[in-house]
Design a protein. Structure first.
Length: 298
């Protein structure tokens, strides 16, 4: 099983073609802002996306039913005119912590640049070489992100191929200038920026941290809470390395959104000195979020 035999992840990725899909996704479309429109199109789109995400194999990895990744896609429709949707999307994913009932967030992002065209009952399709619409391009991109962060949490650089596939989606999407969210340097946190951060050399420290935090940290805590906590605390300085290399890296914001509150809770059982060191580090890394780690100050 993927969650028990971590060392076989790479073998599964390259050698086994499994029959079970990877994701158990919930899709919600919030159309409250749109008035005077037949609401059936939103239900049709929601159903189509659920089937598109959950019923397709997105990798060669072998998953059993209970190993499928729990994730949510929440789409807020800001406006709809002539089948042109202007939206934002929130994508979240979680994974279980070994030998416990606890689940930890591995991906959490809000994307406000999500415009697309969709006609009711339109078939959602995908081939490796082409992209049919900004709708499917964006959804596929985030599917690869979820897979990348999940696999990275189980083996060193285990998500590399998925991040590279997300980068390929970026490259393909950029050829259509009318699709938003893909432009280089237009937004420090857009899809281009995140994929670049995850595939460039400066992001290696983050990948190392992600594996250590989950596999050597959280997954160890059921057996030995002190050891797991110590491993997490020892891994966190990688964030300082990342900030020195890329002060505006979107990975820093992603860590804040996914892990900061959880990390502060982990620090609550640490020594006074460790708490003070943690407070100092977070003050340097995330000054705007000071209220969230204020409990470590004293």
């Amino acid at each position: 099983m993927k969650y028990l035999i971590i060392s076989l992840t790479s073998f599964f990725l390259t050698c086994i073609t499994g029959s079970a899909q990877e994701l158990t996704a919930t899709v919600t479309i919030n159309s409250d802002k749109v008035q005077g429109t037949d609401k059936s199109i939103f239900q049709t789109l929601q159903t189509a996306l659920i089937e598109f995400i959950n019923n397709k194999k997105w990798s060669t990895a072998s998953f059993s039913q209970n190993e499928r990744i729990d994730c949510t896609f929440t789409i807020v429709v800001n406006s709809l005119e002539n089948n042109k949707f202007s939206c934002e999307i929130q994508v979240q994913a979680r994974r279980p912590v070994y030998n416990s009932a606890y689940t930890t967030t591995i991906f959490n992002i809000r994307d406000t640049e999500f415009d697309f065209e969709y006609t009711e009952y339109q078939q959602l399709e995908h081939t490796e070489e082409t992209l049919d619409s900004n709708l499917t391009a964006t959804i596929i991109y985030y599917i690869y992100m979820i897979l990348g962060f999940d696999f990275d949490s189980f083996s060193p650089n285990g998500g590399k191929q998925f991040f590279q596939q997300a980068q390929q989606i970026v490259s393909l999407a950029q050829s259509n200038s009318q699709w938003n969210g893909w432009t280089a340097f237009a937004n420090k946190r857009n899809r281009h920026a995140l994929a670049t951060a995850l595939t460039e050399n400066q992001g290696e420290s983050f990948h190392t941290l992600w594996y250590a935090y989950h596999r050597k940290g959280l997954d160890e805590m059921a057996a030995n809470a002190d050891r797991g906590r110590a491993n997490i605390i020892a891994a966190l300085p990688a964030l300082k390395t990342l900030k020195q290399a890329r002060p505006t890296s979107p990975l820093l914001q992603l860590f804040t959104d996914c892990k900061l509150d959880e990390t502060v809770l982990i620090y609550s059982k640490a020594t006074v000195q460790e708490k003070q060191e943690g407070y100092k580090m977070f003050s340097e890394l995330f000054p705007a979020a000071s209220t969230r780690y204020a409990s470590l100050k004293n």
